[in-house]
Design a protein around this ligand. Structure first.
Ligand code: BGC
Length: 351
């Protein structure tokens, strides 16, 4: 469904705010970062309840390569919290920041430290999500090597982070990462995380883009009770991805509306299936991505975002809207304010 997207930054001379510059110093070594709040294990169902309403942030921000050109600033975390969100999904394309030995760039790590600390300081829960496009390698073995290397550096670094931080092993496994290959890759990464974070909640989704219809292919270790299962929901793609350049068959689509009674009902029925799987396997659910690309009309987007978010809540899932900035936007960086209809749909004012 998705492909590598090149982010075209609209840079407005936005400087990283002063608060960020003296947050956490850059660390080129593997010393664990200290946090003002300690870690205590938390049941994954309780963590999902605390994550409740969330927002995907930072995935396509220029900050990762040049903090001086950041669009997202630390103060946005406070705005997210104040608008009624409980969590963020901190999207990092970590594999892009590795050298030939798969060592993460200290500058990338420093930015990540700063952003993680700032999100926590704003009172938000954080899913630290490893995103990738085509830098995962060309086969499961090379992908595993890189994903392992990422978590071998990140897990010990953040082992003292409060339990509000969960690690999401890899976004939307797909392509050569079919269910069988993904099983090997995620188990390897999980074992690495468990060496330093034996009871931190870890987020894992099924192969096949973490689509809800792929849940049956996800086989989890019975004895690890600190796993949250994630799924993504963009159905129907003809509505949510109309006009999207990165999904060839939908690039020329337009004027597809959403919001009939049957469409609302379909979301609810789809989530009934997810809930049945979750109950049978005793795993809580995090709907880590949903939303509609900005090419759809705003009324349909509102209906869709409202419908999916409320259905997720009715089924006991935490959710994170895709996404704050870049595209599908919930927040307009030009006016430095929320796209009010989207915010209204996600966090209804009467709630
Ligand atoms: C991808 C984005 C894409 C979005 C919706 C995300 O997982 O990283 O590039 O825009 O899904 O298609």
């Amino acid at each position: 469904m998705l492909g590598k997207r090149i982010f075209a930054p609209v840079l407005g001379g936005i400087a990283l705010c002063a608060a960020l510059t003296h947050a956490v110093p850059a660390m080129a070594d593997d010393t664990p970062v200290s946090f003002s709040e300690g870690f205590t294990p938390i049941d994954p169902a309780d963590q999902v309840a605390a994550m409740h309403r969330g927002m995907n942030v930072l995935g396509y921000d220029p900050i990762w390569f040049d903090p001086a050109h950041a669009r997202f600033k630390a103060e946005h975390f406070a705005k997210i919290k104040a608008a009624g969100f409980d969590s963020i999904r901190l999207v990092v394309h970590g594999l892009r920041h590795m050298d030939a030995q798969d060592t993460l760039d200290p500058a990338f790590l420093a930015t990540l430290d700063t952003m993680l600390q700032a999100a926590l300081a704003s009172g938000l829960s954080v899913s630290l999500d490893l995103h990738y496009s085509n830098e995962c390698g060309t086969d499961p073995a090379s992908c595993q090597e890189k994903v392992d290397a990422f978590w071998r550096q990140i897990a010990p670094r953040y082992k003292n982070a409060p339990n509000r931080v969960a690690f999401e092993l890899l976004n939307e496994p797909h392509g050569f990462l079919d269910a069988k290959a993904w099983d090997g890759v995620y188990r390897s990464a999980l074992a690495i995380v468990r060496q330093t974070n034996p009871t931190r909640n870890v987020i894992v989704g099924p192969a096949g883009w973490s689509s809800i219809d792929q849940l049956a292919s996800l086989d989890l270790p019975e004895d690890d009770r600190h796993i949250i299962v994630t799924v993504h929901y963009y159905w129907p793609m003809t509505f949510t991805h109309q006009g999207a350049s990165w999904v060839k068959q939908f690039t020329d689509l337009h004027d597809v509306k959403w919001g009939s009674q049957a469409e609302y009902l379909k979301v609810s029925t789809d989530f009934d299936g997810v809930k049945a799987w979750a109950d049978a396997h005793h795993r809580p659910i995090f709907l880590g991505e949903f939303g509609a690309y900005d090419r759809s009309d705003i009324e349909s987007r509102m209906r869709y975002d409202y419908g999916v978010a409320r259905a997720a809540e009715a089924h006991g899932f935490a959710w994170a809207y895709w996404q704050f900035d870049s595209d599908f936007i919930a927040y307009d960086m030009k006016t430095d304010d929320w796209v009010q209809p989207i915010l209204y749909a996600l966090v209804p004012p009467h709630d």
